[in-house]
Design a protein around this ligand. Structure first.
Ligand SMILES: Cc1cc2nc3c(=O)[nH]c(=O)nc-3n(C[C@H](O)[C@H](O)[C@H](O)COP(=O)(O)OP(=O)(O)OC[C@H]3O[C@@H](n4cnc5c(N)ncnc54)[C@H](O)[C@@H]3O)c2cc1C
Length: 515
């Protein structure tokens, strides 16, 4: 929809600022209730934290230790609902906690039984104690010296950016308009001082447009305070940003397909090593930061910490040279007002309403995006006096829903869309060509991303429509020029645009390499 048409539209019931998990969840919830919804995202959908998570759909085993029982129960329930509504994206994964001390087996065994119990009818598999041999069968690369046994438990795993793109499609199917590359630049207020619209810029045309709104929802994650200050320049900060990094290695570190969970690293955190798209993902850290950068960078100490922790548990040596990609996300943690470390801040979500009526939703986690959205839309509807309409997302299938998506091989994450991508290949067999020998992506995926998933740049395709940049940054750099050529064909761009895209992607991808 063009800027002028957007402006002519009557006030939207709800305008959402931010196209991450939180904002897109709100758009799906509000549109499926029957509200009239516009979402604006300043860059690409998922450019922020929502493409940079550990990719777990989980209750959060470690919050059990903090006694946050209701938080864990709610997340476990949402885990079950998400697997039901997006079975093509959420898979069960077995996690092994290796035990080296005599007390670990009973301690973690009991804790994980409690985790099973709290999941109730939304349970995944049951946790079990493992002998030393059984632990080694599941984790053949683990350090054997002092190994006594382990505990296995089950949680969910997903592809965060892919779920987000599928949620964008779901929102559109439910009647929402979602725009990427459209930053909100200011908020407008009526004579009563209440926020009544959003001014945004369409970055491709350079045009500004105003979208009048009955309710404006600020779902900009770590950047929430920046948007609040558009209405309240002196607003006290709500967010305590904290960054977490992940290192990605090849698949040989976890050959049996089980994940490792280390419940207590030397700094008291949980660390995961998980198999993901044929690779091994290890993380994460929790480092308070002052700046919220669009492309946050890892600190050297964070890289060293993950490598040291991995080396303590793996027999196979792990070095900087093994790192195929490093990516960084910023948690939008909500301040407790009492200071302290970010690791101890609440992981629950917060809904904050400023005196201008601007509603900010922040915190929480990917796993609970649906519940957060329900809560947020309930508040927004009440605040804006919208007619009451019940939430329907509990039983709303996410776009791509397919129960046997595993049959689609490398295209399984697309769910039912895999069939349409196969049609593209049938119509033009040259699109079956791999974009790189080290990764499973083919040309048809770039064409599909441009045609059906609003991808506008090489980065959109290689970072979020496929996960090439996150899996292997060097391979992604090699894929850039063919991706640019395919995109240019779809978007009607010339060779100069292709050259500019390749150069911009190389610069960006350099930040995902560990020198
Ligand atoms: C390291 C790490 C690991 C994690 N692992 C997990 C996990 O395994 N499982 C789990 O459940 N959760 C996990 N989380 C939490 C989860 O990723 C976040 O809670 C969630 O992604 C936050 O989404 P969001 O939409 O609030 O923020 P974001 O994803 O950052 O989205 C905010 C969006 O707003 C946009 N925006 C900002 N300003 C404007 C503007 N002016 N106009 C328009 N758009 C704007 C940004 O570009 C961005 O896309 C993890 C978080 C981190 C940091």
């Amino acid at each position: 929809m063009l800027g002028r048409e957007l402006e002519r539209h009557d006030p939207w019931d709800i305008v959402v600022i931010g196209g991450g998990a939180t904002g897109m969840g709100v758009a799906v919830d509000a549109a499926s209730r029957g509200y009239d919804v516009l979402l604006v995202e300043q860059h690409d959908f998922g450019k922020g934290t929502s493409s940079r998570s550990t990719k777990l759909v989980h209750g959060g085993v470690r919050y059990l230790e903090q006694g946050a029982i209701s938080l864990v129960m709610e997340a476990l329930k949402e885990r079950g609902i998400l697997r039901q509504n997006a079975p093509h994206l959420v898979t069960d994964l077995a996690f092994v906690v290796p035990n080296y001390e005599w007390w670990e087996a009973p301690f973690y065994g009991v804790g994980l039984k409690m985790y099973d119990l709290l999941a109730g009818r939304y349970g995944f598999g049951r946790s079990e104690m493992l002998s030393r041999e059984e632990t080694l069968e599941r984790l053949p690369t683990i350090r054997t010296e002092g190994l006594r046994g382990g505990v296995v438990y089950y949680d969910g795993q997903f592809d965060d950016a892919r779920l987000l793109i599928n949620l964008a499609a779901t929102a559109v199917e439910q009647g929402a308009i979602v725009l990427n590359y459209a930053p909100a630049t200011s908020l407008t207020r009526g004579a009563d001082g209440i926020v009544d619209g959003v001014v945004a810029r369409d970055l491709e045309s350079g045009r500004e447009f105003r979208a009048a709104a009955r309710a404006v929802i600020n779902a900009t994650g770590p950047q929430s305070d920046r948007v609040r200050r558009l209405a309240h320049p002196d607003a006290e900060p709500l967010i305590a940003p904290s960054q977490g990094i992940h290192l990605v290695f090849d698949g040989s570190f976890l050959p049996a397909g089980h994940a490792i969970m280390v419940p207590h690293t030397t700094d008291g955190r949980v660390m995961f090593a998980i198999p993901w798209h044929g690779h091994t993902l290890v993380g994460t850290t929790d480092t308070p930061v002052d700046e919220v950068a669009m492309e946050p960078r890892p600190f050297d100490a964070e890289i060293a910490f993950i490598l040291e922790t991995a080396a303590r548990y793996l027999r196979k040596p792990v070095t900087r040279e093994d790192v195929l990609s490093v990516f960084v996300g910023i948690r939008p943690l909500v301040r407790s007002g009492t200071g302290g470390t970010t690791a101890s801040l609440s992981r629950d979500h917060t809904i904050h309403i400023d005196p201008s009526g601007l509603l900010t939703i922040a915190g929480g986690k990917w796993t609970t995006y649906r519940r957060m959205a329900e809560d947020c839309v309930d508040h927004a509807a009440m605040l804006a006096r919208l007619p009451e309409k019940p939430c329907v997302t509990r039983n709303l299938n996410v776009h791509g829903f397919h129960r046997q998506a595993g049959n689609f091989g490398a295209l399984s994450v697309y769910g039912s869309d895999a069939l349409l991508i196969q049609d593209l290949i049938r119509a033009d067999p040259s699109l079956a060509g791999p974009l790189h020998p080290a990764l499973p992506y083919v040309g048809a995926e770039a064409v599909w991303a441009a045609r059906m998933e609003m991808a506008r740049t090489v980065e959109d395709v290689l970072a979020r429509r496929t996960r090439a940049l996150f899996l292997d940054a060097r391979a992604a750099i090699d894929m850039a020029s063919e991706t640019a050529r395919l995109l240019a064909g779809e978007l009607g761009r010339d060779e100069a645009w292709q050259a500019q895209q390749v150069a911009a992607f190389r610069d960006l991808a350099a930040g995902y390499l560990v020198a």
